[in-house]
Design a protein around this ligand. Structure first.
Ligand code: PNW
Length: 446
């Protein structure tokens, strides 16, 4: 039961890490500043027909220039944690070699600004913006890209390792695999499933090599993977639906969790791909030891469940958001958090993304009413609260996103932020969800 302003009276643990998240290509803009190289997303978004309205991240939310204002807004909301990503092409414009100091300096200013305001930085090393020069030599299909990533990670750790207490390696390897290499509506726009699962392996290898690099620096910072997990439910209780949902879960979840946490690929997925798959042939001796190096935490990103029919198809069962792939099902948050703790724990967990796109508009009185987002966040936080009560070691939660931003192939058409961005002027306006979240953080309760 909620009181009149929708508050549930559910208190979170002391020091809970209330946060919000962004990624470099989606917010920074400044595509040519300070020696930044090009990434696969520059190439992809500049290719006619690839993004809504031909939108690109060239300017985005201009966060590269406006970060001091954005830091002040984070402080005003009361954030305890801010998750951002580092653009590999700013650090190594061609994907290898000596780091570009001016690129690193931006992240140093950002991290210093967070500490000045009492906000804990959480940095993702790779949120999909692969240097185009590495794509030109095969990208993630090329095993060498994982070793280039390890070098890049080392350069970042050497520059910022002491100031960033939590590192995330690869953001959502599954989305690169599925959207980048199977469906093809993300960069690099391929439609080649056999290549896709080899890409998965090389992303896992990149993760493991980066973990080793952090350990080698002697850092006491923590590190883990950032996985978007989709609870997969059988559409009915027939044995065929249950079996189909189980295999679907293999492709959606266990393919990304098992190598890191158990040191092996899920046998049902490997069997389904067959002995001659590029994945099966691409696993070298020792790879799984590298990939399963102990991590310090698991970052979970939850948006939607998947309902699987007896034939392995999917079905819509709950209301969808303006993102057609998203069904609104808060209970899925409870299910996925308790499941990863049961099957892969005990490992500290952070939710690094959860959110909803809504058709937000600036009203005549200068406000932005996103009541739908408030209800979504409150219901998902209530499910997270129940998961904590059930024993899930959840330490923090990050709304996707801090700011409206470049939503990949949807361009600027989908708004996911707590903060409205008026793109023509780059003016920021706190939405009603941001005001609501400020009170949640102040009360440490929903
Ligand atoms: C995540 N799906 O992507 C990304 O990490 C963010 O960069 C992105 O802006 C955000 O979620 C919202 O889309 C996803 O198809 C892309 O289930 C696709 C899916 C989930 C997450």
């Amino acid at each position: 039961h909620s009181d009149t302003d929708g508050r549930l009276g559910l208190r979170f643990p002391p020091d809970f890490g209330w946060g919000a998240a962004t990624s470099a290509y989606q917010v920074e803009g400044a595509a040519k500043d300070d020696g930044r190289g090009e990434s696969v997303w520059d190439t992809f978004s500049r290719t006619p027909g690839r993004t809504h309205g031909g939108d690109t991240g060239d300017v985005a939310a201009d966060h590269y220039h406006r970060y001091p204002t954005d830091l002040d807004l984070m402080r005003d909301i009361g954030l305890r944690s801010y998750r951002f990503s580092i653009a590999w092409p700013r650090v190594q414009p061609d994907g290898s070699g000596a780091p570009n100091q001016r690129g690193l300096d931006f992240y140093r200013r950002l991290v210093d600004g967070l500490h000045d305001r009492g906000i804990t930085p959480m940095a993702t090393l790779f949120h999909w913006d692969l240097p185009q020069a590495l794509q030109d030599t095969g990208g993630w299909e090329n095993r060498d890209t994982a070793y280039r990533f390890a070098d890049y990670a080392r350069a970042v750790f050497d520059a910022l390792g002491a100031q960033v207490p939590v590192w995330l390696t690869v953001n959502e390897p599954k989305t690169v695999v599925q959207n980048g290499y199977i469906i093809g509506h993300h960069a690099p726009g391929r439609q080649d499933p056999d290549a896709a699962y080899l890409v998965a392996h090389h992303l896992h290898l990149a993760h493991g090599l980066a973990v080793a690099q952090l350990r080698d620096t002697g850092s006491t910072s923590r590190i883990g993977p950032a996985l978007n997990l989709h609870p997969c439910y059988p559409a009915d209780d027939s044995p065929a639906s249950v079996a189909a949902a189980r295999l679907y879960d293999g492709y959606e979840n266990r393919l990304y969790l098992d190598p890191v946490f158990t040191g092996s690929y899920p046998a049902d997925v490997l069997a389904d791909l067959g002995p001659d798959s590029r994945l099966a042939r691409g696993i070298h001796d020792g790879d799984l030891e590298t990939i399963s190096a102990p991590v310090d935490l698991l970052a979970v990103q939850y948006y939607t469940p998947i309902y699987v029919t007896a034939t392995g198809g999917t079905e819509r069962r709950w209301p969808t958001s303006v993102a057609t792939w998203q069904q609104i099902f808060p209970e899925g948050m409870y299910d996925i958090l308790t499941r990863v703790t049961r099957d892969y724990g005990p490992v500290p967990i952070t939710v690094t993304e959860n959110g909803l796109p809504t058709p937000d508009a600036l009203a005549a009185d200068g406000t932005v009413d996103d009541a739908g987002r408030v209800a979504f966040l409150r219901d998902h936080l209530a499910a997270a609260h129940r998961a904590i009560a059930a024993g899930v070691p959840l330490e923090s939660y990050h709304v996707w996103s801090l700011l409206d931003n470049f939503e990949w192939e949807q361009g600027y058409d989908q708004r996911w932020g707590l903060i409205y961005v008026d793109y023509p002027t780059q003016r920021r306006v706190l939405k009603s969800s941001a005001h609501w979240y400020r009170r949640v953080i102040a009360d440490n309760a929903i």
